[in-house]
Write a protein that binds this ligand. Sequence first.
Ligand SMILES: [Zn+2]
Length: 310
Amino acid sequence: MQIMRGRYAPVALYHSAFKAVPVELQSHLHNIRPEVLFDQMRYLRDHFDIVPLDHFLTVKRAFRLAAITFDDGYKSVHEHAFPILKELKIPFAIFINGATLQKRLFWRDKVRLIVNHQLISEFESQAKSTKKIPGLSFYRYTKDLKNNSVRVHEEIDQFLAAQKITSSLKNHCMEDTSEFIRSPLITYGNHSHDHYLLASLTEEQQRDQIYRTHSLLQSISGIKVSKFFSIPFGGLRSFNESTVQILKSLDYKGILLSRNHLNFGFRNLNGLRVVERFMPDDEPMSVNLDRILGRDQQRNLSDLEIMAMP
Ligand SMILES: [Zn+2]
């Protein structure tokens, strides 16, 4: 396993970094506690060269390289993860959703709120355009291709307004442009405006989603901005050909997926570099890597390739 360890590039995907996850978010939230993050980062630093993410735009081989990313722009990343990464001198990237900076609550947190308040059947009895999909939980079907995310979000907002419980939900993600940190270690990136399932949207809606956060990032002086776009939900069916064309028109050079894979080399999709990421859990980093590596090695190699656009 030790020999194999040099032959791939792990790109870690984290989300929040709360010491203790707030009650209203305790469902489906991928959180890394700061002390666990510290151990995982130290391990990666000792076994890999941790490079700024955009380095992967230029390299062909993945040997011994690693990168660190955080999606969704949780404030806890600035608060608890940054001090650790600064101490260890590790570069990392934060992919934000512009909507949270307009004081709009992250719609997936609203989904979590409905789950945690046991309001799923009530929502379902009132929902008109959000389609229930047999075999999928509420959490899953609200982000399925068959449901246009814009309409699902509108319906959730109407429901929550009537329930009068939205006030119990705080914005845990970046709220103000003053929160951006200018540090040589940090690169910020575009994760779309609202974190909708892009493939469920019209081309115009997609363009709007990608462009709004793109221009927001361009307007902040003194920060580094990534040429990667982090695909919300990060699957092969989370985006489509229109997404790729829009990204290329805005001069993006790569996309980030979140399919729990390592990179055994890099490939391009219609001119965009594709980087796979994995989501570490609370286990030591070596355990995480061995698990993902074992799974990736067992898969048919073609499964790791993008065979065709969805
Ligand atoms: Zn995300």
